[in-house]
Design a protein around this ligand. Structure first.
Ligand SMILES: C[S@@+](CC[C@H](N)C(=O)[O-])C[C@H]1O[C@@H](n2cnc3c(N)ncnc32)[C@H](O)[C@@H]1O
Length: 363
C-alpha cells in the first residue's frame, strides 16, 4: 500500500484508519492535493477543514490555525494517528457539523458523496461567513454532478470551476448570498403510526431502508432479551422499533457517524438508552448483551468494503452473553454466511427474500 506522500522537500507517512487490506486504497486523493496547492500561497491563517477523512490536510496545514469539522469517530482517530506518525503536535480543534463556527475566512471541503451532507456543510459555513469568505470544494471528476452545483448556488452567488488536474477539480465559492432561509436540515420519516427524524446525511434519508424493514418484520424480541445492542444504528430505527415491543429494554446504540448518533438521541428520547459514537465495540463490556442487532455497513463513500462489517462481527461475538444471539440483515450478494460461519458456532438464516437475508448467530 502506498503510504508515502512526497511534496517538494517533505515526505509524509499517511495511513488509513481503519486499516484495509485493499492495496489500491490510499489515505489521500489528488482532489485534496489540488485544493492544498490552490490555497498554499494564500495568507489566510484561519482555515476550516471539512471531510478531511484521514487527515492529509491536518498534516499539510499544521503550521496554520485550522478547525476540523469531524463527522466520523474513525476520522478523528485517523487524523490523530497521522499527526502522531508524522511527529506533528496535535493542536486539532474539532467541531461537529451541528456546532456554530466562528467567522469562516477560508473553508476546504472534500465533497462528500452525500448531497445532503454537502448542504449541511455549506449551511454551517454560510452562517459564519462574511463577504470575504471563500470555500474551496475539491472532488474527483468522476464523482461530480450538477446536483452539487445546484446546492452551492443556494448559498453562494459566485461559483467557479478550475481546470482538471490528474482527474481532480475544484469548485470555488465566493460571495455568500444574503437573506437565505436557514432551515434546520433534518428529515422526517414516517414509520408505522409515528415518525423518526434524522439530520441530513444520515443513512436512508427518505424512508426506512427496505433491508431494515425486512429485519424488523422478522425480529421478535424474547422475554429474557433485556440488554440490547444496536450496531451501526443510524437514526436508531431498529432500537426504536424494538423498544416499542418492550419498553423495559436497556439499549445501547453504536455508530461511527456523529450525525447518526445525534439523530438517534432525538428518536429515542425518554427511553433507557446509551449512545456511543464509535467505529468499534472495543469499549463495551464483554459477554454482556442478550441480543445484538444490526444492518451493518458495506460501503463507505464510493468504496464497497466488507472488512469493516467483518471486524464488527468479531467484536459482536465478544460482546454477546454465552447464550445471547446476534440478528442481522444483509444483501444476498454479500454472501456473509460463509464469514459468519467461521466466527460463530451456530448460524441460521431465519428469513430470505429476493434481495435480503436475515440471519441469527450464536456464540
Ligand atoms: C446500513 S446503515 C444502517 C443504519 C440503521 N441501522 C438502519 O437500519 O437504518 C449502516 C450504518 O453503519 C454506520 N457505520 C459505518 N461504519 C461503521 C463502524 N465502523 N461502526 C459503527 N457504525 C458504522 C453508518 O454510519 C450507517 O449509519
Amino acid at each position: 500500500m502506498e503510504h508515502q506522500l512526497k511534496l517538494e522537500n517533505k515526505t509524509y507517512n499517511l495511513q488509513r484508519y481503519p486499516k484495509t487490506d485493499d492495496n489500491s486504497l490510499k489515505a489521500w486523493s489528488n482532489a485534496e492535493l489540488l485544493a492544498f496547492n490552490y490555497i498554499e500561497e494564500k495568507n489566510t491563517d484561519n482555515i476550516h477543514l471539512f471531510n478531511d477523512r484521514f487527515g492529509v490536510w491536518n498534516c499539510l496545514l499544521s503550521n496554520k490555525n485550522t478547525t476540523t469539522i469531524w463527522t466520523y469517530a474513525s476520522q478523528q482517530k485517523a487524523i490523530e494517528q497521522n499527526l502522531l506518525l508524522n511527529n506533528i503536535i496535535n493542536n486539532t480543534n474539532f467541531k461537529t457539523p451541528l456546532n456554530n463556527l466562528n467567522i469562516v475566512d477560508l473553508a476546504l471541503i472534500k465533497i462528500p458523496k452525500s448531497l445532503e451532507l454537502f448542504e449541511l456543510f455549506l449551511q454551517q459555513i454560510h452562517k459564519a461567513s462574511n463577504n470575504k469568505t471563500e470555500v474551496v470544494c475539491c472532488f474527483m471528476t468522476k464523482y461530480f454532478s450538477e446536483s452539487y452545483l445546484k446546492i452551492a448556488q443556494k448559498y453562494f452567488n459566485n461559483l467557479t470551476q478550475t481546470k482538471a488536474w490528474k482527474k481532480a477539480r475544484l469548485l470555488i465559492l465566493n460571495e455568500p448570498k444574503n437573506n437565505i432561509e436557514s432551515n434546520k436540515l433534518i428529515n422526517k420519516i414516517d414509520w408505522k403510526n409515528s415518525y423518526l427524524q434524522q439530520y441530513y446525511g444520515v443513512f436512508s434519508s427518505k424512508k426506512i431502508d427496505i433491508g431494515t424493514q425486512f429485519l424488523l418484520e422478522n425480529l421478535k424480541i424474547k422475554e429474557n432479551e433485556v440488554n440490547i445492542l444496536d450496531v451501526a444504528s443510524g437514526n436508531g430505527i431498529i432500537a426504536f422499533d424494538i423498544v416499542k415491543q418492550n419498553p423495559n429494554i436497556k439499549l445501547t446504540l453504536v455508530d461511527d457517524f456523529n450525525l447518526a448518533i445525534e439523530s438517534s438521541k432525538i428518536n429515542l428520547k425518554g427511553f433507557d438508552a446509551n449512545f456511543i459514537c464509535s467505529e468499534n465495540l472495543k469499549n463495551l463490556i464483554k459477554n454482556s448483551f442478550d441480543l445484538i442487532v444490526s444492518n451493518p455497513p458495506f460501503h463507505f463513500e464510493y468504496e464497497n468494503n466488507i472488512e469493516i462489517a467483518l471486524s464488527l462481527f468479531k467484536e459482536v461475538k465478544d460482546c454477546l452473553k454465552e447464550n445471547g444471539r446476534f440478528v442481522l440483515v444483509y444483501n444476498k450478494h454479500l454472501n456473509y454466511k460463509t464469514h459468519l460461519n467461521i466466527i460463530f458456532s451456530k448460524t441460521k438464516e431465519i428469513a430470505v427474500n429476493k434481495k435480503f437475508v436475515v440471519c441469527e448467530c450464536y456464540k
